[in-house]
Design a protein around this ligand. Structure first.
Ligand SMILES: C[S@@+](CC[C@H](N)C(=O)[O-])C[C@H]1O[C@@H](n2cnc3c(N)ncnc32)[C@H](O)[C@@H]1O
Length: 290
């Protein structure tokens, strides 16, 4: 079984930080474009010869991306029954996801099963029950940071794929701003919910070692982090906390470390354009074959 840190799932202020990050980056827009460009062609292949299609979302958050993917799937396969199992430990984000389902016309025929647990607990439940539900499409989008053992987690979820199924992993790219920030300040940052920071570069290494075949698609993206450099900005503080997975960036790091992080963010992890600081959050989409 994969082990996990104690606190699983976004709650409280961290959700605000995540939402502010999403508002200031085009992460969801770019992922939806990837879905339209690549997955639209992939879905009929995944469903070929099947009487129903089973989807599993792991760490789905507020479900904005799930809603888009499921909506595309429903449009591509109008006559095929679709089920969606959602593994998401945050009760607040799950509420938001359910509200989104309720108001999205294209999702009304999809049968949802909600698992309000971490992926490690889900794995344990599956193994304890001994009844393995298999899936045609599994996605893990921007969530693998929260497991201690990336390889074991990927191996377990990959083992749940049906024939011709696909596992989609979307993760921060090697050499992105996140990769540079979290590896440079590993000692200060990898002490709480994230015990080891790996970029998509190391994930590909794990996939290779596991002998899994995959395709990689890059999604260039930036987040406007200008507010991080505006003295006294509340939004800047929210971003500092989110980017460093810290409850209070100002209080929890020494002046030297804070200055070092801000300098790195501005000068090594971002481009500066029209007076704005744009942090590099390029993503890598790994489409892993069954
Ligand atoms: C960066 S958010 C990504 C949400 C969504 N996939 C998206 O891209 O919009 C990370 C998500 O992983 C969830 N999470 C954290 N720890 C987890 C764990 N151990 N197992 C499953 N999900 C987890 C959080 O609650 C949060 O919803």
């Amino acid at each position: 079984m994969t082990s996990e840190p104690k606190k699983a799932g976004y709650e409280g202020r961290y959700i605000q930080g995540f939402q502010y990050y999403l508002q200031n980056s085009e992460e969801h827009k770019h992922i939806c474009q990837f879905v339209d460009k690549v997955l639209t062609g992939e879905f009929p292949r995944i469903a070929e010869g099947k009487t129903s299609v089973e989807v599993l979302g792991v760490g789905s958050g507020g479900g904005e991306l799930d809603a888009h993917m499921l909506s595309v799937l429903q449009t591509k396969l109008p006559g095929t029954p679709i089920t969606a199992d959602i593994v998401e430990p945050s009760s607040k984000l799950t509420e938001q996801f359910k509200a989104l389902v309720a108001k999205t016309a294209n999702l009304q025929k999809i049968l949802f099963a909600w698992h309000g647990v971490s992926c490690g607990e889900y794995e344990k439940q599956v193994k304890d029950k001994g009844q393995i539900k298999r899936f045609d499409f599994i996605h893990m989008i921007q969530m693998l940071f929260y497991v201690d053992d990336y390889a074991a987690t990927i191996k377990f979820f990959h083992s749940l794929l049906n024939e011709n199924g696909k596992l989609l992993i979307i993760h921060e790219a090697a050499n992105s701003g996140w990769d540079k920030l979290w590896k440079t300040f590993k000692r200060e940052l990898c002490t709480k919910t994230i015990s080891e920071y790996l970029s998509s570069g190391e994930i590909k290494g794990h996939l290779d070692k596991l002998g899994l075949k995959y395709e990689e698609h890059m999604i260039p993206n930036t987040c406007d982090v200008t507010s991080c450099f505006t003295q006294g900005s509340k939004q800047g503080e929210l971003l500092h906390d989110f980017m460093t997975d810290t409850d209070n960036f100002q209080q929890n790091f020494s002046e030297e470390v804070k200055a070092g992080m801000l300098d790195l963010i501005k000068n090594k992890c971002s481009i500066q354009k029209d007076g704005r600081v744009l942090f590099d959050c390029t993503l890598s989409c790994l489409l892993v074959f069954a």
